[in-house]
Design a protein around this ligand. Sequence first.
Ligand SMILES: [Zn+2]
Length: 365
Amino acid sequence: MLPGFVDTHIHFPQMFRVGCYGESLLGWLEKYIFPEEERMSQGNLAAKYSPLFFRELFKGGTTTSMIVSNSDLKTTHFLFEAAKATGARAIIGKASMDRMGPKSILRGTAQDQEETYQLIEKWHGEAERLYYAITPRFSPACSLKTLKMLGQLSQEYPTLRVQTHFAETLEELKLVRESFPNFKDYLATYEEHGLIHSRTVLAHAIFATSHELKRIKTRGAHISHCPTSNMFLGSGLYPLEKFSQQKTVTSIGTDVGAGTSFSIWSSLAAAYQVQRLRGGDITPGQLFHMATLSGAQALGLEDHIGNFNAGKFADVQVLDWSKSPILRKNIEHSQNPLERFFATLFQFERGLISDVFIQGKKVTD
Ligand SMILES: [Zn+2]
């Protein structure tokens, strides 16, 4: 039995787009992702597929996730409803974007604000499991007006989390410089609108400058490291030690559909490999912490989840070694729980998790 994992960055409408060949971030968004997000907003597709999305997360041991939805209201309502019905713990935000995409997925500032209010009103704090997150897709997809509106919402509702992308690829940094010539750097495009604080999760942050690193620390924001996505798109290798040295929390995200697995187990294996490739290191204990208590801290849920301390909710994954005879033998040779955990990272397969509980209630079949 282990604490349920916390996935701090995943995109619901991209669930069927894992493994789209041959592009880096901006080309991949345009060629594969924007058309898919448009498709997933049609009819009742989101209602049909969102329960499957959560069940897939459970199969990888994930009990809490921070999710980027589509830009539209309907998809996001469906996603919250599925989270409620399946028993998932989730922080969900409608992707705010009013430029840099096909018209059908863009939302003007006023409409975006109105729809966001509706979602906060209906879902934020529901059942002590569901929360809303302010979600600028990333600066280049937001006008100054939209960023300002989102920043004001963040001040107005001090319990709302913020999730967004930051410094993922070099090509994106260039786009930010061109789109925001009057801002000193990428972080400032969020920061000057009041969007960087202790309730903020920044996905990627591979290319944060030393100035940005310092301000992330000062403002108490958190990072979601998404290694399978970074390797798949060829974005870059996350400089873990820069964040660790200044005690900024690094949590872990799958970033499906650029990420190649719904399973945090696979993401942790990739996180280890990324640091080895950089000539660095990350210990089994650090990896375990990243997927549990660091994730809870990043989402402001450390008083509720992240370990088995008394008084916390029972979010639990149960593994059954007998499902994998080779892993089982390996485990028998292991000296301690962290060795067993580490061996499992690299041999994790579907079916290994027999049961998942959230808030003490069984959510798997
Ligand atoms: Zn993402």
